[in-house]
Design a protein. Structure first.
Length: 135
C-alpha cells in the first residue's frame, strides 16, 4: 500500500465513476485539485483504491469532501486511513494557537463512519444542505 498526497484528474475521475457519482469533466476535476488544500490517495499495486480531499480557506475552515473508496475495497479501513492522513496533514500545518474547523456532509448512512474517525455530530447546531448548479 502507498499513500500519496497528489492524485491525477484521471484518478479522480476513475474514483468518482467507481461509486457512480455525477460525471464531471476532467478539466473541472483538474481545477478542483488545483484548489484543494490537501488530497490523499491510497494505492494498491500502483492503482488508486481510495481518496479524499480537504477544501477550504487555508486558515480557519475546511470541508472534507470526495471521500471515496472503490466498492471492492470498502470495509478494509481505507476510508478511515484517508481521513486520518488528511487530519494529520492539517495538524502539521497549524501553528500554536491556530484553530481549524473541519466539517463533512456525509452521504446517507455514512454519518457513523465520520464519527468513528473522530468528527463530532451535533444535530441541534448544524444540518447539511446542498445544490448542484449546471449550465
Amino acid at each position: 500500500m502507498q499513500i500519496k498526497y497528489k492524485i491525477t484528474p484521471q484518478n479522480f475521475y476513475e474514483m468518482r465513476k467507481s461509486v457512480n457519482w455525477k460525471d464531471i469533466k476532467l478539466e473541472q476535476l483538474e481545477k478542483a485539485l488545483n484548489y484543494t488544500m490537501i488530497v490523499v490517495g491510497i494505492y494498491e499495486e500502483n492503482k488508486i483504491v481510495a481518496m479524499g480531499r480537504l477544501v477550504g480557506d487555508y486558515s480557519c475552515k475546511g470541508l472534507l469532501t470526495d471521500i471515496i473508496v472503490k466498492p471492492e475495497f470498502q470495509g478494509r479501513g481505507y476510508g478511515k486511513l484517508v481521513i486520518t492522513n488528511i487530519l494529520e496533514q492539517c495538524k502539521k500545518n497549524l501553528k500554536k494557537g491556530d484553530k481549524l474547523c473541519i466539517e463533512a456532509s456525509p452521504t446517507l448512512g455514512n454519518r457513523d463512519f465520520y464519527i468513528n474517525c473522530g468528527l463530532k455530530y451535533k444535530p441541534q447546531i448544524q444540518d447539511g444542505v446542498y445544490i448542484w448548479l449546471e449550465i
